[in-house]
Ligand binder design. Sequence first.
Ligand code: LLP
Length: 428
Amino acid sequence: AANVRRGAEGAVTVAGLDVREVAREFGTPAYVLDEADFRARCRAWREAFGPGADVFYAGKAFLSRAVVRWLREEGLNLDVCSPGELATALSAGMPPERIAMHGNNKSVPEIERGVAAGVGRIVLDSFEEIGRVAAAAARHGVRQRVLVRVTVGVEAHTHEFIATAHEDQKFGLALSDGTAAEAVRRVLAEGAHLELAGLHSHIGSQIFDMAGFEVSARRVVGLLSAIRDEHGVELPEIDLGGGLGIAYTPEDDPREPHEIAKALAEIVAKECEAAGLAVPRLAVEPGRAIAGPSAFTLYEVGTVKPLAGLRTYVSVDGGMSDNIRTALYDAEYSVALVSRASRAAPMLVRVVGRHCESGDIVVRDAYLPADLAPGDLVAVPATGAYCRSMASNYNHTPRPPVIAVAAGAAREIVRRESEEDLLRLDVG
Ligand code: LLP
């Protein structure tokens, strides 16, 4: 996060607050989120894209009622991909017209709820869904705005599990074999109940190279132009999804929102000009790029176990239940001692959790001071996205709280789970 400093006695402060105080008051492990930093990123995206475009924050990265309020205040829209995210958005007062619904298998009740609430966009992901959304709109006597999600056939350079626009995967309707064009035909045929606002493409996540987005934009505009030729309509919107990478380690070199906005606007304008199309309204859906850098996970060291000739295993009081990304994607993280300064020599460590398997790794390779000891606090940066939202109760572990720090004060925006919470669903 932006507002992290070394303070008195070498302890780290975030937004003016000593992490030792945060640990004392709220316990560890905890996700510590710098609210000003989160909001500044929202504004940076908003300002980069300007009033002629829409920024939908992808709620899957991390969502809570407080986050919904921040988004609302900072002028962002919200992309939800489940009934739970939709309920959170509506309960925290996000205006429904600023909500877009995603997902490759939205249930009929879920669609019904979105249509009834008056969500601004539903992104269609299958032929079945065209009929389902049209039927729900008919029942409610409305004309639902929709986008068609197009699979553009781009190989994004990222982990296989989070790439989404190559052909052989479950999302979207393929451009290459005419499926997307057929979906557009069927949506237009349901014109009484569906208003086709435009096309959507999301190529993957944690991407640094703009080339994939450019190919995606070019192909989406290509389909817009084919639709104009076939149906005589120019669709007014294109949504190029999320996926912009962030720095997890110093080697990562992310693009800034204004660079992204400029590159996307230029390519879309150029392609539209070549096709003789009016430039459509652009939308993007950043999740990680907004939430990721704004939080770190604070852990307490429990054991320090040197393995002769190998490395030292440092066990912390969380692990794969609060950060599955290292085990699932081979994700890389860094770690720092934050409760004090140390002049000791660096030692090679592997930071591991408290769970019952050896894949329970938080940081695979890192250096920490050789005088590291039980009771020290360490922080793993850039855990604001896809950590709390993918957290589990493995080994009956209560999920950690999210502590928002702003102007020297800390408060829970998601409280820590208790053992009572864990037992609540057991019957008998
Ligand atoms: N829009 C759509 C349609 C998406 O599917 C996603 C992410 C986003 C936007 C936001 O992407 P972002 O800007 O956050 O990269 N759990 C994985 C990431 C999965 C992303 C899924 N979809 C991880 O921890 O890396």
